[in-house]
Design a binder for this molecule. Structure first.
Ligand code: SF4
Length: 330
């Protein structure tokens, strides 16, 4: 690991000011991704600004219209919080599908959103990678791309976003609250938080340098009764998704009033399938209609040399997730 300066922030303003002042500075929260990347020489910050003493950023509290989850709340705290379990069980389930118990005790909400791809070439500094070193090429494009994207990629990068929590947050229309270098707060709808790779795969999201995530907010919704998070992976735990599905339905009588289908492991960001959602709204919650939605979701998929299996796997995962959402009535 390369030498770096370390500072422990005593306020949000100080944290933002310190990182803003140095283009190669980084915030540190749980460190479950950043420290790995530093040890692998992928991330090379010259200054680390430790946020972990800003305890007010770890609060989870009800709001007039839902819930506010502080950026430093750990994954375990969020997943096990009574309000989250009761009103947003999809979020709870998605978080518990990720990583391991030890990592969930350290990883934070803000850090989870900021985690970087697990493309193996990104971690291997001997290989070309446009995300790690812009302009160097993409080793995965003609390499082993079994884990890579089937939607929204470019010839510069075919990586996938690896997280689980964000897939649920996309389904629940979360809002990300941010504090900027000028001290002002702004919000980003979660659907606009992460980016597709395009010509600038080195930019994972739409934050400016120095901007600090302070909270994630969720409004009330009608999805608590029927939602499910399905994760398909190579082994039963502590593995990233080949395909994941965050599915949520709100019913009116025997018809679907609102639907959310967000896919993980298939794109550079959580992939909300409005095609599947449109196919479901107004229909009955039957297997045939779930199959039609799954077909619609995968219609525009463009698999690479080694990941065509994700198309059929994705369809089956969508149908099963929707069926389980119906079975999981709370
Ligand atoms: Fe790098 Fe993206 Fe290509 Fe992986 S897919 S090698 S992260 S540019």
């Amino acid at each position: 690991m390369r030498p770096f300066k370390y500072a422990r922030a005593t306020s949000e303003a100080e944290a933002v000011q310190l990182v803003s002042a140095t283009p190669t500075a980084k915030f540190l929260a749980g460190g479950t991704n950043l420290l790995d990347l530093m040890k692998e020489d992928v991330e090379r910050p010259t200054q680390i600004v430790d946020l972990t003493r800003l305890s007010h950023l770890a609060q989870i509290r009800p709001t007039l219209n839902g819930i506010s989850i502080g950026a430093l709340a750990t994954n375990a705290q969020v997943a096990n919080h009574p309000l989250v379990r009761q009103n947003y069980p999809l979020l709870s389930r998605a978080i518990l599908a990720g990583a391991s118990a030890q990592i969930r005790n350290m990883a934070t909400v803000g850090g989870n959103l900021m985690q970087r791809t697990r493309c193996p070439y990104f971690y291997d500094t001997a290989m070309p990678c446009n995300k790690r070193e812009p302009g160097s090429g993409c080793a995965a494009f003609h390499g082993l791309n079994r884990m890579h994207a089937i939607f929204g990629y470019s010839d510069k990068c075919i990586a996938t976003y690896p997280g689980d929590m964000a897939n649920a947050l996309y389904a629940l229309d979360a809002t990300v609250k941010i504090r900027g270098a000028n001290g002002q707060e702004r919000t980003i709808p979660i659907r606009d938080f992460h980016r597709l790779p395009g010509d600038t795969p080195e930019q994972d999201n739409n934050l400016q340098h120095g901007e600090l995530i302070v909270a994630v907010e969720l409004a009330k919704n009608d999805f608590a009764k029927h939602s499910y998070y399905l994760k398909v992976r190579d082994r039963a735990s502590y593995a990233f998704a080949l395909v994941a599905v965050a599915a949520a339905l709100a019913l009116e009588g025997d018809r679907i009033k609102q639907a959310r289908v967000v896919l993980g492991g298939v794109a550079h960001k959580p992939w909300r399938s409005t095609e599947a959602e449109d196919a479901l709204v107004g229909k009955e919650a039957t297997e045939a209609n779930f199959r039609a939605a799954a077909e619609a979701a995968m219609k525009e998929a463009k698999p690479l040399a080694h990941n065509a299996y994700k198309v059929e796997l994705g369809k089956r995962a969508i149908v099963l997730a929707l069926q389980r959402a119906m079975d999981e009535t709370i």
